[in-house]
Design a protein around this ligand. Structure first.
Ligand code: SF4
Ligand code: SF4
Length: 396
């Protein structure tokens, strides 16, 4: 008897629950929604034909997967179908640029960040990028100074307990300070922290852009590095929920024939790891004060461990943290940067922007770097990683 396939469109019972939870289908009729674009059309795609015109509107936010009572991996169907489509249809250079964020980041290591940021953000460059398909209104992040980026990989003191930090592209190239905050918390709990330079991008931007072959190469390289630490029983921590989702779950779901999911159990999302340290008494958090509004990234919810940053901040006496509880922010990696998608992203994020402003909290919090970009852009509020607040509390 044939083994049951990992992804079976016939698991879909057509209940339409995912349709009610898809943030993109809510704001644009251009997208036919998860049920049709995912399992319904997948049956036709398996027969060698199917309507692919709607695929590009799926943002890979995973709200369909989170809501499906039958466990249908709708977003995985969409991403794999997009990869097949892109093999037959060359992708625009815009999608190549946005998908290869790691390569772009590495290229900027030869130039001062101020020069790179100026050359990317001046009105002429933005007009050219707009012509290439990157919306001139999109809130592109700024590269961090090179010295700061290099310091992430500095050798740190040894200790009896060891962890490895996987920075991911966003922290590595744009917000290394978040990495320093995570490292400081882990060191406070008595861990020595290494940050190997050999880790590549987790591959999610490549998957979302349809560059599955490049994503597999990155996944193989990362898995070799993960294997090195898994064999020694050393946990690998990431503070980016999308990286955690790729390393813990998507390598297996997207590339099952590669066997890359076997190191998933050594990967930990940073807030959930630090919650465990608190439970084991390896760290305690002092009383402090402050008011914040929290947004749970979709990919954090897709990990199935709850709102870990919110739970962690709830363990700090004296903090007041409101859960915005307003769904997807709309950026979905670089989806909201693209022409034709920018307005969709802003419409998706509108309930969150209202909730952030109505909270009257002075700072927004979220574990995801690109969610923070969109929160700042849509609400005007500053935004930080919850672990930056934890570090601040430990300093007081
Ligand atoms: S991944 Fe997000 S945008 Fe794509 S179908 Fe699912 S809910 Fe909709
Ligand atoms: S994919 Fe899941 S939630 Fe969507 S219609 Fe099918 S069974 Fe229902």
């Amino acid at each position: 008897m044939d083994a049951k396939p990992l992804h079976n469109p016939d698991d879909c019972t057509a209940c339409t629950i995912c349709m009610a939870h898809c943030p993109v289908a809510r704001v644009t009729p251009k997208f036919r929604g998860p049920k049709f674009t995912g399992p319904a059309y997948e049956r036709f795609r398996l027969l060698g034909f199917g309507d692919e015109s709607s695929l590009e509107y799926c943002s890979n936010c995973k709200n369909c997967d989170i809501s499906c009572p039958s466990g249908v991996p709708v977003a995985t169907f969409n991403m794999l179908a997009r990869a097949e489509y892109c093999k037959r249809h060359p992708q625009p250079f815009r999608d190549w640029l946005l998908g290869h964020a790691d390569l772009m980041g590495r290229l900027t290591e030869y130039l001062p960040a101020s020069l790179v940021n100026f050359s990317m953000k001046n009105p002429l460059s933005r007009a050219i990028m707009d012509l290439m398909g990157i919306d001139r209104r999109a809130p592109l992040p700024s590269f961090a100074p090179l010295k700061q980026r290099r310091r992430l990989f500095a050798h740190r003191p040894a200790a009896s307990k060891q962890v490895v930090f996987f920075p991911g592209c966003y922290i590595r190239y744009y917000e290394p300070q978040v990495g320093f905050d995570v490292i400081a918390i882990l060191e406070k709990a008595g861990y020595s922290v290494s940050v190997p330079e050999s880790f590549r991008c987790c591959g999610l931007p490549l998957v979302a852009g349809g560059f599955a072959t490049d994503a597999v190469d990155y996944a193989r390289a990362n898995s070799m590095e993960l294997a090195r630490w898994a064999r020694k029983g050393i946990p690998v921590i990431t503070a980016c929920p999308s990286c955690a989702l790729m390393l813990q779950k998507e390598y297996h779901d997207l590339f099952p024939e590669e066997g890359l999911g076997r190191y998933a159990s050594c990967v930990f999302e940073a807030c959930s790891f630090i919650l465990e340290l608190l439970d084991r008494g390896e760290l305690s958090l002092p009383k402090t004060s402050g008011r914040y509004v929290y947004h749970a990234p979709c990919h954090l919810r897709a990990l199935g461990r709850g709102k870990t940053g919110l739970d962690l901040l709830g363990r700090i006496p004296g903090l007041e943290v409101v859960d915005a509880d307003a769904g997807c922010c709309g950026i979905s990696g670089s989806y909201g940067f693209k022409k034709g998608k920018y307005t969709i992203g802003m419409d998706v994020g509108a309930p969150l922007f209202s909730a952030l402003k109505e909270s009257q909290a002075p700072v927004g919090l979220s574990e995801c770097g690109t969610c923070r970009i969109q929160m700042r852009h849509g609400s005007g509020l500053p935004a930080a990683h919850p672990l930056s607040i934890v570090r601040k509390a430990l300093r007081n």
